[in-house]
Design a protein around this ligand. Structure first.
Ligand code: FDP
Length: 311
């Protein structure tokens, strides 16, 4: 006898059920769920782009927005009517924009589509979200209440943390985000490393650190997409991602507010660490939305080791 839908869903923990069981407060869990739904629309846009690559034309001859701009529009429009968001800060917008009536609880930061330059290579890309209660212009430690990211790869997965651990969900055929890993915990030490930036632009100290990892037998795993590269460290439960200070760019490349804070929040909740080489990413004060920082993120051993090499 085949399984009925009741049997199929009986033991399934979907995102809403998980957040309810974890005790995430009602407005926050509705907001996280709405953002996860936006991920489905963004993924539909990515598929449209794939159709274009396959030679399909836009029959209406409409002006098409770039994928990152479309993702930003979709996200902003959805959040505008959520009832929970007063301000929206996006990597695609020059300034923080007010989208609520002013009394709503949350500020949302977004990198709506990170790594969009990888779409035509068929590598994974992602959406990164931070959720803050107070103004974002302080340390993440003080302002952040949750973070999530969505990976668009062969599977669409979502990892969220609302301060009760980090959890992974897979989008199933029925359109539900189903729990695949509850309370992910990193090992003390991993075996992979993912180093951003050009080797000949690294500082001598950073180069020595990477050489030490290589000598220690760490395997190189770098796709050039921040979301899948971080996701790999998290899901393999150890290792290191770094985008360091470069000789010509002492603050590195990646943005503190949109990219680093959310990933640091999720990684710390999984028992890992994230620093700029000295200080915790979540202890850095955001001074402006475009602020960048070097990052060393992953399991404790590798992050501490980096600290010993850096000046
Ligand atoms: P991209 O410029 O291709 O959009 O934040 C942007 C980002 O990609 C990250 O996804 C990625 O980790 C990093 O930049 C890659 O930079 P490098 O090309 O310098 O390695």
């Amino acid at each position: 006898m085949g399984e009925g839908i009741g049997d199929y869903t009986k033991n399934m923990v979907d995102l809403r059920r998980h957040m309810w069981m974890a005790g995430v407060e009602v407005e926050l869990r509705r907001l996280i769920w709405q953002i996860a739904v936006v991920g489905k629309y963004i993924s539909a846009k990515i598929h449209e782009a794939n159709r274009k690559l396959a030679g399909f034309k836009n029959i209406y001859g409409e002006e098409q927005l770039s994928l990152d701009r479309s993702a930003d529009e979709i996200l902003k429009n959805q959040l505008q009517f959520s009832g929970f968001v007063r301000e929206y800060a996006s990597e695609e917008q020059e300034q923080i924009i007010q989208i609520g009536k002013g009394h709503e609880k949350y500020i949302v930061t977004a990198d709506p589509l990170d790594g969009s330059s990888l779409v035509d290579t068929n590598l994974a890309i992602g959406t990164i979200i931070g959720i803050h209660k107070e103004s974002v212009f302080d340390t993440g430690r003080k302002t952040m209440v949750a973070a999530l990211y969505i990976t668009y790869g062969p599977l669409i997965t979502m990892v969220y943390s609302a301060g009760f651990g980090s959890h992974e969900f897979v989008l199933n055929r029925e359109g539900e985000y189903v729990l695949s890993q509850n309370n992910i915990k990193l090992k003390e030490k991993g075996s992979i490393f993912s180093p951003g930036g050009l080797r000949n632009e690294w500082t001598p100290e950073h180069l020595k650190f990477i050489e030490a990892l290589e000598q220690d037998g760490y395997k190189l795993r770098y796709s050039g997409g921040f979301v899948p590269d971080i996701n790999q460290v998290l899901i393999k439960k150890g290792g290191l991602f770094t985008y360091p200070a470069l000789q010509k760019a002492p603050q590195g490349k990646l943005r503190l507010l949109f990219e680093l804070q959310p990933m640091a929040f999720i990684m710390e909740q999984a028992g890992g660490r994230a620093t700029d080489g000295k200080e915790d990413i979540l202890s850095l004060k955001v001074q402006n939305v475009d602020q960048r920082s070097p990052i060393y993120i992953g399991s404790t051993t590798e992050v501490q080791m980096a600290q010993q090499f850096l000046p």
